[in-house]
Structures are given as structure tokens and as C-alpha cells.
Design a protein around this ligand. Sequence first.
Ligand SMILES: NC(=O)c1ccc[n+]([C@@H]2O[C@H](COP(=O)([O-])OP(=O)(O)OC[C@H]3O[C@@H](n4cnc5c(N)ncnc54)[C@H](OP(=O)(O)O)[C@@H]3O)[C@@H](O)[C@H]2O)c1
Length: 385
Amino acid sequence: MSTAKVKVALIGYGVVGQGFASLASERADIEIVAVCVNNKAKPRIGNQHFVFNVDDLFELDFDVVVEATDAPYKKVKEWYLSAQDIQVPFVTANKQFVATYLVSNEISEDDRGLLYEASVSAAIPIIRSLQTCFPQGVKRIEGILNGSSNYILSDIFRNGSSIEEAIQIAQLKGFAESDPSLDLNGSDPAAKLAILIRNAFGIEVGAKEIPVFGLESINGADIRLARSLGNEIRYIAHAEVQDGKLTAWVAPVLVEKESLWGSIQEAENAIVVTDASDESYLFKGRGAGARPTGTALLNDVLASQSGFRYRYADDVKRLPIQDVRRTVWIRSYKDKAIIDPLRSDVISSRLDGPWDHNQFRTSLKELIEDTIGIEKDHGVLFTAL
Ligand SMILES: NC(=O)c1ccc[n+]([C@@H]2O[C@H](COP(=O)([O-])OP(=O)(O)OC[C@H]3O[C@@H](n4cnc5c(N)ncnc54)[C@H](OP(=O)(O)O)[C@@H]3O)[C@@H](O)[C@H]2O)c1
């Protein structure tokens, strides 16, 4: 018995595009009609039909677009709107596009199937779960959302690598970007957190509005502090709605080795969703890579063909992120306190060479104001969740 094949127009043939193409080639029910790429001179693996212009791709006959590029927001939005014009679903792995689009537009029933499971934590089915599994509502989301930074941190704490060695190993293994700041400055988990906030709470929030404490300012003294406290560090994204107020942040957090967060190793991701009844649900798995991300795209392609669409609440809210007080460790040069001692009491202190670590309870808004522009001269570590 022959079944009709789903015809896919694929844009992008890098790590993720090739991962998707390889999975599609193992199935009888999917056909990639053509792949659009950028660079004519690049040698290509596989016997795909390549085109170099999305207009040429859109002249072909297909059922769904799969977008797996690193193209800028405006380009991806153009492609998405073209797919919408011809009422074809658009499946994407591009978190920067999704995070920006969800905020800048009113998503409505007219949106013809924008599906983006692959954009957050690859194969972990977190978007679908937030859309369908929490009828009572979600109260809190916490997660390790960036596989590269988790690889770097777990290598430092479990294998004794220095920060520089861990970054190099992550790059060699293909987990980290060639420009490590993209993994360490927090823009990646902030975009993913904005997408989760939209789906969990029905609240629109821009990734740039989320208070982010970069992993890039952590140095050897912070690692020694974590070890001396019997802890490790993980890069955690957090969002919570209480009494109709939203709090959210992304920060390096001290975690116990034996805790759930301490157990997340290498490029794994983990997300804990707490519902309105205070029940917590753990989602865990590989958060990046060709096949895990390709699998999420494949699932969305198949779901789009059986009519699956995300549902968004009609009363989408645009709420500001509230300030929150947290206990943090701050590293600064000796005698160059960053936090005004009149504003926050010091809970405890440690000295390490030229560095002074002080533990404070402080407002995140004030902490950001106090540390802006001096990223290399301080480190911020949140205490355990
Ligand atoms: N890598 C992961 O594990 C992972 C996980 C989840 C999500 N993602 C997301 O998936 C997307 C792709 O990531 P990747 O790692 O596969 O990137 P990549 O390896 O750098 O590949 C990017 C691909 O996009 C193509 N491209 C860029 N601009 C284009 C344009 N204007 N028109 C047509 N093609 C264009 C490139 O073409 P050329 O081949 O001609 O250069 C290349 O094939 C990104 O949004 C990323 O954030 C990645």
C-alpha cells in the first residue's frame, strides 16, 4: 500500500538541517523537495536538490517549510509570512526568530501553523507539553536551557578542567559556538525562557527584558568559592507568576552536587515545571545536536500534517518583569565593593588572592545597575534555588 509523502521545503543545511535530512531519509513518508542554502561555493554532503534563493524554493510544490538557519529575524519573518500567504505550515528551530515574533505580533487563529518545538531544548517536548498538559495553569518554570554552557560547567567541576580548557573541549566536540560569548552571555537561554513564558503563562515578554547575569564573568576564584562551599555551578533560567506578577532571571547558581541540577551533566538540558497545585514535573534530555534537534523538527512536520496547531489564550498579557530580592555571592576586587553596604547587609565574606567574595541579599534591579559596564571585574553567583 503506498502512502502519500509529506513534501518538505528545507531552508538551511548546517548541523540541524542535515540532522533533519538524515532522519527524513530514513522514512518512506517524507520527501525533501529541495534545500535552500546561502553559499554556492560550499561543498555539500548528500544528494539533495539545492537552490540558493528562497523565492526559487517557494516556486516548487510542497506541504510544509522547515527552517533551520541562523539567518536574521527579518529574513526568517519574510519566509514565515510567505508560507502563511500560501497557507503552508512553518516549522522552525530558530529561537531568536520565535522569541521576537511572539512578542512583536498578535498570534491569532490566522497564523497558519508556526511550530517551534526544536527552538527550546531540542528534542525535549516542552512546548507541546506546556500547550497541552497543564490545564490548571503553570506557576513556575526552572531550567538548564543551554547545552554548551552546561557542558563547560560540568567539565570544570567533574573533570577539573580550567574554564579555558572546558570551552576548547566543548568547541572541539561541536557543542559550543566558535564565538564562545554567544553561549556564555545569556542571550540564548533568555530567548528560550521568553518562549517558555509565552507558552506557560500566556505573557508576552521580550528576551532583552529578562535580567541576565552572564556566565562570562565567572572566573577561577568563583569556581574555588563554589568548591569550598561543597557546591557546583549551573546556568539556570527561572520564571514564576505569583499573585499575577511575573518574575524572571537567568543566572549562574550554586547547586549541590547531589541535587537534581547537579546531576545534569554534559550537554543535557532539564526543565522543571511546577503547576498551580504545586506538583512538579521534570523534563530532561539532550538539548542540542543534529539528531535531537532534527527529531523535534520531524515531530512538528508530522504534527502539522495532522492539523496540529498551537493554541494561544485570547487575553495575552504584556506584563513587566517585577524586581525580586535574592541572596547572591558577589566577587569584586578587595576594597572595591560593588554593592553599597548601606543598601544591602553582608551575610558572609571570603578572601581569595586579590578577590573579595561577599554574600548579600539584594534586589536584582539594583544589582544590574551596580554592575553594568564592569563585567570583567566582578562575578555574580546566586545561592541554591
Ligand atoms: N545546533 C544545534 O544543536 C541547535 C539546537 C537547537 C536549535 N538550533 C537552531 O537551529 C538553527 C540552525 O542551527 P545550526 O547549528 O544548524 O546552524 P549552522 O550549522 O551554522 O547552519 C546554518 C545554515 O543556515 C544556512 N543559511 C544561513 N542564512 C541563510 C539564508 N539567508 N538563506 C538560506 N540559507 C541560509 C547556512 O547556509 P550555508 O550552508 O550556505 O552556509 C547553513 O546551511 C539556528 O537557529 C540555531 O539556533 C541549533
